[in-house]
Write a protein that binds this ligand. Structure first.
Ligand SMILES: O=P(O)(O)OC[C@H]1O[C@](O)(CO)[C@@H](O)[C@@H]1O
Length: 545
């Protein structure tokens, strides 16, 4: 057993998990439950009263956090300590949204001046492109941006741009290319004119196959459509922490926006990786996004654990994963602009906490990161909410909704809100057999049939959910919201004593993929691998089954 599961607090939580009354009783017994179990900060309001929790539950979970030295670990991250121990790196995405007055030391150097310098370089670039001052090779202004990147170099820019659609002010169009499937870039290039298109190649490592291949294809298209090698600098810029590789690749040194090792890809939208966002919403709005996240950083770093929103959300997720065997967590965004957020949180949380050894290499004897999934409310209600309500899997849920719509039409927003709140109520309350029978009492069914149908209509309820509200979806509230989830992920990783900031597990598939690529191109049939891989490769080489 690991230290964590041996602890008396862990044992106490395990015992306590068997004693929690149904939430119906908890609400019936405490009219002040909502006000006692809700929190407001940074323009966000969290209702966590629909959780399987009593005051003792929170005390035990907070004790677990204290025993895991969560406070000290939070301070170590903000102080620039080398907490990404396997890659020997600091974890300072928070510095990307620091104020110019701050001083943050990483590897012996104050990094704030360089962060500010890069923001100023982004400012100049955004102004130049959006004002039409930046000209393409035929002297025309840029109309279309193509952002080429994958993972953290794609999801942040894509999903935040989508979420802040009401703030698009620059008149530019932006297209995102991630997948190496040629169809993805082909479908984009079909729409574009090389004279007015600017490509942003985003890759922290500058070594990612998909991004390199897509950028080479874009360059070939540009040259085939009339551009010359000397024109490339007018149409290709890059964001990377590997400036040397970018220049070797042919990106003009002035067109390279730096990134840093102390920023993880999945935490990088706040850096120049966010350039596509800034080109759409303008730098002022981009700085508001940073400001919102900075406010959440200040809250996370300073609020007592019991009043700390990321800590509360992190502890509840851990509670269900480790003591109720919840294997997944669903994020339901009751806002069309936020429909991509679950996908963003998938990489954030699953690439961070999808680990099974502790910092000192001991194999864990407890669950770690759950599967994160989700979608847009109310669409999900007509798709997978059936399983949330009556399935056997326990799936804690987060409901996210702005109180005010950017498009207030008739009853639409009232109906959206009523569905959001109705769903959390139904998950909590459920429907008993008696209630189901009562509903069927006036039907013409026989008593036997009524009982049978009633049994199918029973809903256990007691399904946990958090509801996160904001007045309106703005760059600032979105910044705070995403930073909230970043820190929620941190809290769980810190208590599980795992490294939330490396991702060694992604390498083997890439290495074997490159080996397969080498075999696919040869004359000989593949024979050296396992029978399945040989077989699949040879079918691919034949091009037909
Ligand atoms: O920005 P890069 O270095 O191209 O990496 C893209 C993505 O690939 C990963 O390394 C996973 O393969 C992610 O962590 C990262 O966000």
């Amino acid at each position: 057993m690991t230290i964590l599961t041996q602890s008396t607090t862990w044992q106490a939580l395990a015992a306590h998990s068997q004693q929690i009354p149904h939430m119906r009783e908890l609400f019936a017994g405490d009219p002040a439950r909502f006000s006692n179990m809700s929190l407001s900060t940074c323009g966000l309001f969290l209702d966590y009263s629909k959780n399987r929790a009593t005051p003792e539950t929170l005390n035990l979970l907070l004790t677990l956090a204290q025993e895991a030295k969560l406070d000290a670990k939070i301070k170590a991250m903000f102080a620039g300590d080398i907490i990404n121990t396997t890659e020997k790196r600091a974890v300072l995405h928070t510095a990307l949204r620091s104020t110019a007055q701050q001083s943050i030391i990483a590897e012996g150097q104050d990094i704030v001046p360089e962060v500010q310098q890069t923001l100023n370089k982004m400012q100049q670039f955004v102004t130049s492109v959006t004002s039409g001052q930046w000209k393409g090779y035929t002297g025309k202004a840029i109309t279309d941006i193509v952002s080429i990147g994958i993972g953290g170099s794609f999801l942040g820019p894509k999903i935040v741009s989508q979420a802040l659609r009401p703030y698009w002010i620059t008149g530019l169009n932006c297209h995102f290319v991630a997948n190496v499937d040629g169809t993805s870039i082909s479908e984009k290039l079909k729409l574009l004119d090389p004279e007015t298109t600017l490509f942003i190649m985003s890759s922290k490592s500058f070594g990612t196959q998909e991004t390199l291949t897509n950028t080479l294809t874009a360059k070939a298209w540009f040259l085939a459509k009339g551009g010359s090698q000397s024109d490339v600098a007018k149409h290709f810029v890059a964001v990377t922490s590997n400036v040397a590789k970018a220049t070797d690749f042919g990106i003009d040194a002035d067109n390279i926006f730096p990134m840093w090792d102390w920023v993880g890809g999945r935490y990088s939208l706040w850096s120049a990786i966010g350039l596509p966002i800034a080109l759409l919403i303008g730098m002022d709005n981009f700085r508001s996004l940073l400001k919102g996240a900075h406010q959440m950083d200040t809250h996370f770093a300073n609020a007592p654990l019991a009043e700390n929103m990321p800590v509360i959300m992190g502890l509840f997720s851990l509670w269900y994963g480790n003591f109720f065997n919840a294997q997944s967590h669903v994020v339901l965004t009751y806002d069309h602009y936020l429909r991509g957020l679950p996908a963003y949180f998938q990489q954030l949380d699953m690439e961070s906490n999808g680990k099974s050894v502790t910092l000192n290499g001991t194999h864990v004897d407890y669950s770690t990161g759950p599967v994160i999934w989700g979608g847009e409310g109310t669409n999900g209600q007509h798709a997978y909410h059936q399983l949330l309500h009556q399935g056997t899997a326990l799936i804690p849920a987060d409901f996210i909704m702005p109180l005010q719509s950017h498009n207030p039409i008739g009853e639409h927003h009232d109906q959206l809100a009523s569905n959001c709140f109705g769903q959390t109520q139904a998950l909590m309350q459920g429907r008993t057999l008696d209630e189901a029978l009562a509903e069927l009492s006036k039907s013409s069914l026989s008593d036997e049939e009524k009982l049978l149908i009633a049994k199918h209509k029973v809903m256990p309820g007691n399904k946990p959910s958090n509801t996160l509200l904001m007045d309106k979806l703005t760059p600032e509230t979105l910044g705070a919201l995403i930073a909230l989830y970043e820190h929620r992920t941190f809290v769980q990783g810190a208590i599980w004593d795992i490294n939330s900031f490396d991702q060694w597990g992604v390498e083997l598939g890439k290495t074997l993929g490159n080996d397969v690529l080498a075999r696919i191109g040869t004359e000989q049939d593949a024979t050296a691998l396992d029978a399945s891989s040989n077989g699949l490769i040879n079918l691919y080489r034949q091009g037909k089954i």
